[in-house]
Every structure is written in C-alpha cells, then in structure tokens.
Design a protein around this ligand. Sequence first.
Ligand SMILES: [Zn+2]
Length: 350
Amino acid sequence: MNIIVTTTDCIENHRIAEYIDILRSSSFVGTELALTDLFADPTRKYRRKLDTIYDGALQEIRQKALAVGADAVVGVHTDFQEIFSKGKARFLVSVVGTAVRLERKPEKGEELTDNIVTQYRLRRSQLQVVLRRKLENESFNPDAKDWENIIRYALYDLASMLYKRYLVLASETISSVSLVEKKLFLDNFVPFLRGMDYESAAEVVYGDTETAPFVFCKVVKECNLFYPQKVASIMTSENKHTVIALLDSDKPLYTKEDLKYMISIAEYLDNLPDTGRYIEGRDGLFAKSGTLLVCERGHTSAVELGGHCTCQLEGSGAICNLNVKGITEQEVAAIEAFKTKIEILKSELG
Ligand SMILES: [Zn+2]
C-alpha cells in the first residue's frame, strides 16, 4: 500500500474524508554535533547523517499511518531542536504530520465497496462497544486511559451518554464520585465535544436543556453551539433566563435562516409577559410616592417605569434587580447587544 506523504495540507484531486491522528517520529542525533558543524560541514558528513535520520523518520511515519488506517499524511514538517546537556549538543529531530483517510473514487467500471476493515476502524468500534457497556453502569466514570481513547478515536457515538453524565457532574456541588474522576471528566468533555462537527454536537447538547440549564449554557458558549432555530424552539416564559444566557454565544457561520430565528427570539423577548406589577404609591403607606414596582418576588420598591427592583435578597444581600418582566439589568443589556448583532447580520446578509 502506497502512503502519500506531503508537506502540503491537501492532495491534488483528492478529498480528505477523515482526519485520523497526528503522527510524530522523533530521534536524537549524535553527541558531538552542533548547529555550527552543520553549516560548516566540508565533508557533508553530518548532513548525510541527518538525511539518513530524516528518511528513517519518514519511514516510521508511513508505518504509523498504515497502522491507523490512513491513506496519506499531510502537512508534514520537521522540527530541529538543539539540546545541550553536559556541554554536549544533541539534536532532537521530529517529523510531524497529520494522518488522513482520503475519499475513494471508483475506477472505471469498478463498484466502490468498502470490504476492508482497517486496524484503526476495528479498534475504534471495539472501544465504542466496551465503553458504551461500561457507561451504562451509572457508577462508572472514564479514567485517564479511557479519555485518551475517547478523544483519540473520536468516539462521538458516546457523546450523548457522556453529555448526560457531564451535566450532572458539572452541576453537582457534593459529588458522589472521586475528585480525580470528576476533574478528568470536566477537563476532557468540552475538548472532546469541540472535535465534533457543529450539527452533531448541537444535536447532543440541545437534547437536554433542562437537567442543568446553567451547564448547558456554558457548554453552548464554550463550543460555539448557538443554534437559533433550536433556541427558538425551546423558548418558554419559564426558561427565559436560559434563553437570555445563550444570546452572547456564537456559531461558526450565520445564514439568512439563522437571522430569521434570531429575529423571532428578539421579538419573543420584547413581548415577555409581566411577572410583577406597578402600583400607585401613596404617601404614608410605604413612605414613598409615585410609581412602585412589586416584583415577582413580592418586593416593593420605588422605580422609574421600566426600572429594576432595588430590594435586597434575603440571605445573600445582593440586589434583587428584577424588572416588571422578571429580568435583570444585565439581561436587558444582553438583549440589547443581541439586537445589535441582528442589525449587523441584517446589513451583512442583505
Ligand atoms: Zn425584587
């Protein structure tokens, strides 16, 4: 099997179907070498030595590529690192490249059949089955080795299961799992999700917006998974805080379709039902006059129309800050910023 190895990021006449893994081959060269020797090398002895090492490294990269089921290695580059130890210089020569699988094009008259299983694919399926079984047991959490495999082999079929677990772990204050397991989960899940394509990741994340809304919003933000259509479909007056918390999240690119849903989200937020009410204050009753706001928490405070409750919350001492629609000043600002974004998109998308 002929593995194409190239310094370019793509291969002419081929489409890359899958990025598999980053491959590296490193070796140390000599103890008596120094960079200056290399440049003033009359016999070209060191150059030849380096060439040999480079050829060896490329050979190793080819073998590694074969082992992971790749057809080609793209973006190959060489790093030279001079390392001094005990007064002697050594070189670390690393050849690094990305293993890819190319889309197969049928030859004339050939039916394209995928009747081969690469070692990589087999290993991936095995891991998927084993980890799925383990995850069905609620007290199991992936260890460091499992996470390495989940990310390296892109086990995206497990994403929904892992996300459900993540929602619980990330929102739990008192945890039933060990701190090490929890930290591993929190550190690895988001990078794992970032490796997925936008549509599939959104499918997973919007599949559960209720178990832990705060964690859900955080994931959307960290992974650029703002999805106007899905956000529009989960809008209810009960979860307006969740919807508002999503407004400053982003997505990789915006279409007219997105804009349409963003406008409907803004309209919805403009027309939220009142959760509090205004009453006319009378001198003597609250020792205040003019308009009084009774917020949804039952506080009464003197405010301008559209103002926010100035009462302190019991316990925390923070200011209540809800207006007659039950949203805070920060939330009002977030909605305004969202509308600005809509205006910009309108002019950009024509
Ligand atoms: Zn209040």
